[in-house]
Design a protein around this ligand. Sequence first.
Ligand SMILES: CC(C)(COP(=O)(O)OP(=O)(O)OC[C@H]1O[C@@H](n2cnc3c(N)ncnc32)[C@H](O)[C@@H]1OP(=O)(O)O)[C@@H](O)C(=O)NCCC(=O)NCCS
Length: 236
Amino acid sequence: MLELHNKAKSSYIEARVNNQTVGGCRFDKDVGVIYDYWAEPAYATAFLQALINLRDCENSALNCACEWVHTDMYGIVYRKSSLEELPEVIELLDNTKDTLLRTFKTLWVERGYISKYPPVIARRGGQLVGVHAYTLNEKYPDTCKSYYHAVAQGHRRLGIGKNLVLYAFIDANMHGIAKYYVNCAETTDGWLFYRGLGLDSTTKQNEFGTRDYCFAFDIKGMLTLKLFQKKIEQRA
Ligand SMILES: CC(C)(COP(=O)(O)OP(=O)(O)OC[C@H]1O[C@@H](n2cnc3c(N)ncnc32)[C@H](O)[C@@H]1OP(=O)(O)O)[C@@H](O)C(=O)NCCC(=O)NCCS
């Protein structure tokens, strides 16, 4: 049985099972923001659900979705972007020189996604170093669909791309969404990235005359990258 423990006057919440710590985070109940969430894979879903229940019963007036902010070992902060940060997001995607990634502004404005799906960003000090824009339950039911995902040159291969995807998994889990879908043009690094996480793909011809690698997988309960690690170990 998973129990939540909260030291008096502290926002730090620990998840314990039989008195063993199996997870933790800081939780700002007033605004529904979870900071630096971690959990043992076996207890990750139960812990998240307990936090969502806690938010709902402590503040029933609060209808906003739970969000989380994560800081990694390099001090890079992952969170949803504000409207004021949009020009930086566009600049980072434009700097990739990838034609597809440069369609972000047009697509997100055209479809009215700017405030509905604010891109998730990674910030290192003052610098924006990563972006991930995805939708929840839009084109495909019960699915988180990844559209724009990029890490600035000079900051790649540090796990920032992974943390941005993990953010989407947790967000999707908070909304009860079970699947993830992304199609990556063969001309981008995207398919190498997802394959590097141990995932399988199918291929299809795209409208630009090249191929897309399509990754569709289950993310229910996938709240920690340790699960990827498991997949990779199973393959080896
Ligand atoms: C794809 C991208 C976002 C990955 O970001 P990242 O921060 O470098 O990725 P991570 O450090 O989290 O990489 C995780 C794993 O993915 C795999 N991987 C990532 N980039 C790779 C590449 N170019 N080639 C081969 N494997 C790669 C590796 O297994 C890596 O683990 P390792 O570094 O321990 O070997 C980044 O390369 C990028 O911005 N590329 C240009 C834009 C793009 O192609 N976007 C994808 C659109 S679908």
